[in-house]
Design a protein around this ligand. Structure first.
Ligand SMILES: NC(=O)c1ccc[n+]([C@@H]2O[C@H](COP(=O)([O-])OP(=O)(O)OC[C@H]3O[C@@H](n4cnc5c(N)ncnc54)[C@H](OP(=O)(O)O)[C@@H]3O)[C@@H](O)[C@H]2O)c1
Length: 271
């Protein structure tokens, strides 16, 4: 098993992955390298002796690494060119590049070994990601476990088939934006009815957080939890009726559907 993890691209997601790796028991004995193409200062991230900067692109061919690609999809070709020679055949490439297939990653990097494609979301930056992974055929069970553990260090992780990743993008990838809109709208509702904006936003945010935590911690179907807080002839059932009449459920189903279709189109124009 590879005992060295290289994070390529120390932007939002690269930093989140480093934080996860640092806090994970599974990666305690591992050395971590950081790799950036341009002259970004990485000194701030060298908080432990096991973290260092990978400077020589030829090192990618010298040893088996677990390489976590956290660059933008359009930088993949430049990265592949920058490393000059091939990636070590026993390396595992983990890519979080949106809309970039396992086949494209293999083709661009010329790597014939193990590749895992992952779709995390922005929750990774606070250890609350929802990530879905898929692996190519040559990825061993041990390397799959390693990739899974990596994403468990930044939230919840799940396996799925690669063809489902567009739907994952439409649900959990884009999903945080839908919920930001819900929080914003609930806040506006509070403001409309006379609450100070700060208070309304704090209440809306905590309500979403508490409701999601209850679904997760109880494992109950959301409909059961909804029924539990819906008193006959009360306030909640009146609001639920309004939401149903205006098609809230159908709107979210359509949102996931249209984002999935968009992801498919973007993916096909890239490859
Ligand atoms: N943000 C999300 O919520 C999210 C969710 C799921 C998946 N993703 C995926 O995560 C990836 C990274 O997103 P991000 O938001 O973290 O992007 P980001 O903040 O722009 O970070 C990308 C980093 O990679 C560096 N880089 C560019 N080319 C490189 C190369 N050839 N070699 C090494 N480093 C290079 C960039 O440097 P420069 O600034 O100099 O270009 C930058 O520091 C994307 O592919 C995205 O699709 C993101």
């Amino acid at each position: 098993m590879n005992q060295v993890v290289v994070i390529v691209g120390m932007g939002n997601m690269g930093r989140a992955m480093l934080k996860g790796l640092n806090s994970s028991e599974d990666f305690k004995g591992y050395n971590i390298f950081l790799y950036e193409a341009r002259n970004h200062s990485l000194e701030d991230y060298l908080t432990e002796s096991r973290i260092s900067i990978l400077k020589d692109p030829d090192d990618f061919s010298s040893k088996p690494f677990t390489i976590v690609l956290c660059i933008k999809p359009h930088d993949l070709i430049a990265f592949a060119n920058s490393i000059n020679s091939l990636i070590h055949k026993d390396s595992l490439i983990i890519s979080i590049l949106a809309g970039t297939s396992l086949a494209t990653i293999a083709e661009q990097t010329k790597h014939k070994g193990a590749i895992v494609r992952a779709m995390p979301n922005i929750g990774a930056t606070i250890g609350q990601a929802a990530t879905v992974l898929c692996a190519n055929k040559v990825c061993s069970a041990g390397l799959k476990d390693q990739a899974f553990n990596l994403f468990e260090s930044v939230g919840d992780a799940f396996w799925a088939k690669e063809e489902q990743l567009d739907t994952v993008t439409g649900l959990s990838g884009s999903g945080p934006a839908y919920i930001y809109m819900v929080i914003e709208a609930l806040t506006d509702g509070g403001v409309k009815m006379g609450l100070a904006r700060d208070l309304a936003r704090a209440l809306a945010t905590q309500t979403v957080l508490g409701a999601a935590s209850l679904v997760k911690s109880t494992g109950l179907h959301p409909a059961i939890l909804k029924d539990q807080v819906t008193t006959p002839a009360g306030t909640t059932i009146s609001a639920l009726h309004e939401l149903e009449e205006r098609g809230l459920r159908s709107m979210f189903v359509s949102a996931v559907e249209i984002a999935t279709e968009r992801s498919k189109i973007l993916g096909s124009t890239k490859s």
